[in-house]
Design a protein around this ligand. Sequence first.
Ligand SMILES: [Zn+2]
Ligand SMILES: [Zn+2]
Length: 944
Amino acid sequence: MTKKMTGNEIRQTFIDFFVEHGHTAVPSMSLVPGGDATLLFTNSGMVQFKDVFLGTDKRPYKRAVDSQKCMRVAGKHNDLDDVGRDDTHHTFFEMLGNWSFGDYYKKEAIAWSWQLLTDVWGLPKDRLYATCFEDDEGNIPRDDEAADTWKEQPGFDPSHVLFFGRKENFWQMAETGPCGPCSEIHLDRGEEFDNLRDKPHRCGVNGECTRFLELWNNVFIQYNLFDDGHLEPLPAKHVDTGMGFERIVSVLQGVDSNYKTDLFIGSLDVLRSLTGHTEEQMYADFTPYRVICDHARAAAFLIADGVVPGNAGRNYITRMIIRRAAFFGMKINLNEPFLAKVAEAVIEEYGSFYPELIKARGAILDNLTREELRFARTVEAGIARLQNLLDGLRDTDTSALDGITNMRILDGRRAFDLYATYGLPFEITRDIAREQGFDVDEAGFRTAMEEHRLASGGGKAMGKQGGEDAEFFAGILKNLQKNKKFGEHGVEYDPYTSPSVEGEVLALVVNGQAVESASFGDEVEVILPKTGFYIESGGQVDDIGYIKSLPSPNGRGAGGEGREAWEIEVTAMRRPSAGVIVHVGEVISGQPKVGDLAIAEVDMPRRHDIMRNHTATHLLHAALHQVLGEHARQAGSLVAPDRLRFDFNHPEAMTPEQIERVERIVNDAVAADMEVIPKLKAREDAIAEGAMALFGEKYGETVRTITITPPSNVATEEMETVVHPMAVMEKMSKYSYELCGGTHLERTSDIGAFIIVSEGSAAAGVRRIEAVTGRGAYDLIAHRFKLLKHTAATLKTSLEEVPFKVESLQDEVADLKKELAALRASQALSTFNQQLSNVQTVNDVNVLVMEVPGSDADTLRMLTDKFREKYPKNGVAVLASGSTVISAVTSDIVSRGIKAGDLITTIGGRGGGRPNMAQGNLPDPAMMNNAMNKVAKAVEEKLK
Ligand SMILES: [Zn+2]
Ligand SMILES: [Zn+2]
């Protein structure tokens, strides 16, 4: 090996090698296998081709090569407990494979394996071994074909062919069906990689130590296995190979752990930058690092394939591995969400080959952080409860001992309670239990989980179907009103003054059905008598937050005596029917029940960001009127925590000066510390006073108005309701006056800063501005400042000098380009002069057809002038460079019926121009290869 290849290069050389040998590069299938309900995740390269081998599916190719995303997290293929504790196990991994569907067979497959491993990747030939099949039961013929083929490979040591029996070297898809012998390639890594070198052991291929590594398995599918055990040859024979990607990368990069390959370097660097550990410290306690790297990578790929954290099936796995990674993070003092940062490194490493990661970046980062935050709220209580259980178990007599392992076993139902109440996944419970010498009853946990799933209506179709939903909720409302839980207006809505509200849980809905209680992980809809959560309207997004149990005054209820406290994370709001407001969320701990006392708290830091953006939206609207005119009316808006978006009517793009002015006016209004005054008014009055109302919005008889006004103008408020003719004056004294139901700051200075991020077209006649305020503005400024500092450092100059330095560099580049063009022209001319001797005479015409690499159209034209200087008569020239082609014909030839444009068409190009000079392009530069013949022929025919 000359230079160490990166992981990405190794994957690419594998694919390129087989593409060069006639294979079609096939993208990886999703981690969620389509159409195979028996399989939790795609777990081998075979999955996407299974039906081709069974003969029930056909592909347009007979040879394929791929790198398949695989996930092995449960069941016979993987004990998750190993992942992270050693250097080779993974939950997510990639499998490289080449495939023949009734096409090539052993000869080609073995020869190509050998070439790739030794010629392309440079592995030492004398260290490679091949295993072939010899039936230990004596029924199936020995695979001499493979063995003999191995011995023919150049440089292969014939004594390195070894025979093994059914366990190692015979493959079958299932109890019956396609099967066949396989041939594995093993590498002797040398004594230094032998973990048992100081002990007596079986050292060799398929031995006991880590010195010999299986690299690649070639499976030759040639039989069909029947019920009674007899084999019949298949009419078409197939090849199926698999090579663990992480392992081959570790071999080619010469490291003793998959986790020390460049595949994980980015992730490990991020982690070390967070923990502050040196490399030495990290390797001294490598397990948490390995677990986190593996799980973060797996979670990123799962979320990219749509498997978000949840409570059952695949979604449970995503939840579990995120929580397990977070749990191992706690062991190295990472107590704030950190997985999104690790996932960034994963996306960076894998995004070029798996673009789904880049597309799903937002979802990946968001889901990771949210799941970590949920976990953080309950993990301590959950671990404390588990510790209690384990302490209790330690003190019991030996009846809890497992007969085989002699370990005390924690009951599976108890383990499930820890999940149902604290969201502590089974796998973490087991991690903790095993560390203390206990084990956990996994079967009991699964049983309890399945029982719970059925009891809580899981598995039933979701019952939400448009209109039915509204009727369903109207029914709930009616019932509650009958029981005097509500007044006639239903849920009381006050997002303006009540960031937290106490009340009784009136209804819980899970899977479209009213339920009496819900459990951890349930997606639940909650109705309370009153709410302070804003429901999306007028462009302002929903509030999010938490609903938590409160012990009732008599000390009972959830969180009081006897019952665990519970908590629901509210992620959205909706109003399914008149009078009903629903908090949509997920139970993140405990078991909420109808009738429990609870407190609903809006996420106020986020809400505050939203209010900054909403008040700033009104200031922006007013500023646009000042700068562009009254026609610049609102045509749509979005008020989110991280940004605001404002659409308005204006026929053309704003100039940079206009944008700057608008931004300045808004910031002046911020600095002026104006008051923001909400007021309820009769609609007609408000509109007569000039409040800006939006087209297409429905307003009731009473409207809410938002006035923004300089402090000194507060006194004029008094005059407001008196007379309508004052309206014009009113409007002058108010900075901004709008009908609006949104939530606002009390003073504009609270906005902090306002920065326009972009101005562009939203639709015909509608412009769109995006802007940030407050924390978002600070982040943007900090980020841009950092970029500027970085640029200055790269340019080796001060911040102030950057623009001048860039200008002078641009001048320099322009000069160099000019110089280069001149150089190219003179080079082209000298090539051209040399080629002039190649002018062919066709009849009496001088024909020149040539390529002048690296020239532009101007140069080519200059050369045709030179040609015509030399041949003022009887001349035809076709010159090309890349896809550009120019043809010139002397005027006497034009009068003989040959036009310059026709010659371009003759050689397959497109273009046109004057009869004596034409320009065009060639769809394929290879068309110049036999252009001379074509042009000569055309000239001959025309002059006949
Ligand atoms: Zn050994
Ligand atoms: Zn508004």
